[in-house]
Design a protein around this ligand. Structure first.
Ligand SMILES: [Zn+2]
Length: 249
């Protein structure tokens, strides 16, 4: 009888140790930031605050499916949405530059706890697009050397309200990355600044056209506002070349 008890306790202890090892490996495996490939994207949000099952994949090709063939939350969405628990927004969840580059545009100063119908910053714009616009959740850049070839369209507009766009050089697949819905006042960079990969640039918020605190992370491939899917998977459009340093799924 005594012996049976002893074996039981020994097995239990071994089981607990194994579980702890698996947990430890799982956690550290996710938070380690490899800097092995300077051409690939680093995960842009601190892991600890992310909801389970709260990464919403892009649908750049508009087929209603993500790279993993599962239905997306909303069709033709251009970025990866990474949601956090609301309680974390107050504490501050860092957003990191996914690659080294130069800050191209910054928008700041909008209310950051949308949705809230009483707050104009959360609602649809009341004016139409023009360079330098700031109306409702919509913001536009000033006119600049950003023209789309041949169209004379030389400014860009977004619904993320508080935004950073970083231009990446010497990278044939990634022209720029865009970070939306940022917490008001958390932006640490200004246009022209050079940023390192992994540098904290802001914090996650719920500014603009947003239903909960999350980062909208978007990748432009070879030119202004040309969203591409950084995730690779058999339901494409990116079939065989993940732009992530380490793709999660
Ligand atoms: Zn989004």
């Amino acid at each position: 009888m005594k012996r049976k008890k002893l074996i039981f306790w020994l097995l239990l202890i071994i089981l607990i140790i194994l579980i702890l090892i698996f947990l430890w490996a799982g956690i550290t495996g996710r938070v380690v930031k490899s800097v092995s490939d300077s051409t690939k994207l680093l995960w842009p949000v601190e892991y600890k605050a992310i909801h389970a099952n709260s990464i919403f994949y892009p649908d750049v090709d508009g087929d209603g499916k993500g790279h993993n063939c599962k239905p997306v939350n909303y069709r033709s969405h251009e970025g990866t949405d990474i949601a956090i628990l609301s309680s974390y927004q107050k504490t501050g969840v860092p957003v990191f530059a996914a690659l080294e580059g130069q800050v191209l545009w910054v928008f700041n100063g909008k209310y950051d706890k949308c949705p809230n119908i009483r707050i104009a910053d959360c609602n649809a714009p009341t004016k139409s697009d023009e360079p330098g616009l700031s109306s409702g959740y919509r913001v536009c850049t000033k006119l600049g050397p950003y023209c789309e070839n041949g169209t004379g369209y030389c400014y860009w507009c977004f619904n993320g309200a508080n935004i950073i766009v970083i231009r990446h050089y010497n990278n044939s697949k990634i022209f720029a990355t865009r970070y939306d819905h940022l917490k008001n006042g958390s932006i640490l960079v200004k246009p022209g600044d050079f940023v390192k990969k992994g540098q904290k640039i802001a914090e996650v918020g719920s500014a603009g056209y947003s239903l909960q605190p999350h980062l909208h992370f978007e990748v432009w491939g070879t030119k202004f506002y040309e969203p591409v899917d950084p995730w690779t998977g058999k339901c494409g459009p990116n079939y065989n070349n993940s732009l992530w340093e380490s793709q999660l799924k």
